[in-house]
Design a protein around this ligand. Structure first.
Ligand code: PEP
Length: 253
């Protein structure tokens, strides 16, 4: 039985003051952390403040960077390394988000490098995969997603795969208000798990959590979470409001 995992991706929406206010509001909500794992991904400049606030309150909330450099250190102006975000209090990083793939032209090989860099530097990984609208309409959605999983996890062995969470985020559903139907999402999640099973065997594949992302809201989360292979949600817009994020986290009651 995989424990549900609800992760908020705050994107480039809040400065450190706004992030601090939001995490304080989330921390004031009653959450049964034995039943659900919770995480937040603030911007780089808010990581330290947010992780310190969580630590002071003693709640088991994961903190992720939204991205890291593939490089360890050096002359890479504007980049932020895995070691830097770890030192700032992050325990995880999101990688391969569609906004990184589409806007910043990050390809599968670079993302695979980043996955390795993150794991080498003690960060868990939330690896995002997902097809574009064109790919879905031309019937290659599952092939595209399975390919991204294989490439993103290339050379990640059995010793490290337990530190990876997958997130299936159809690009056409992110920030658009369009959600994949639970059946469509489940179909792709099942195919991702089959690919994981090919790579790591069925026992390990059963343990890996696969989150769904794309306009998840309090009113559609339960139907998604009822599906066998949907283990949680990576949430953008609805994670910016503590009340709606709390409803997502407490989707089970
Ligand atoms: C995301 O960016 O990961 C996301 C799923 O955004 P939204 O929930 O706003 O669609």
């Amino acid at each position: 039985m995989r424990k549900p995992y609800i992760y908020g991706n705050w994107k480039m929406n809040l400065d450190m003051h706004g992030s601090s206010d939001l995490i304080s509001s989330i921390l004031s909500v009653k959450i049964d952390y034995t039943k659900v794992d919770v995480g937040v991904a603030p911007d780089f400049s808010s990581l330290y403040k947010v992780s310190q606030t969580i630590k002071q309150m003693g709640y088991p909330i994961s903190v992720a960077a939204q991205n890291i450099s593939a490089e360890e250190k050096g002359a890479f102006t504007g980049d932020v390394s895995a070691a830097m975000v770890f030192a700032a209090g992050a325990d995880s990083t999101i990688l391969g988000h569609s906004e990184r793939r589409m806007i910043f032209a990050e390809g599968d090989e670079l993302i695979n490098q980043k996955v390795k860099t993150a794991l080498r530097n003690n960060l868990d990984v939330i690896l995002c995969v997902g097809e574009t609208l064109d790919e879905r309409e031309s019937g290659v959605a599952a092939d595209r997603v399975v390919y991204q999983v294989g490439m993103g996890l290339k050379d990640i062995g059995m010793d490290r795969i337990n530190r990876v969470t997958l997130a299936y985020e159809p690009v056409w559903a992110i920030g658009t208000g369009k959600t994949a139907t639970p059946a469509d999402a489940e179909d792709i999640h099942g195919k991702i798990r089959t690919q994981l099973s090919k790579m790591y065997g069925p026992v390990v594949a059963e343990k890996i959590r696969i989150l769904y992302g794309g306009s998840v809201k309090p009113d559609n989360v339960s139907a998604l979470m009822m599906r066998e292979n949907i283990d949680g949600a990576l949430v953008g817009g609805a994670s910016l409001d503590a009340t709606s994020f709390a409803k997502l986290v407490n989707f089970n009651g």
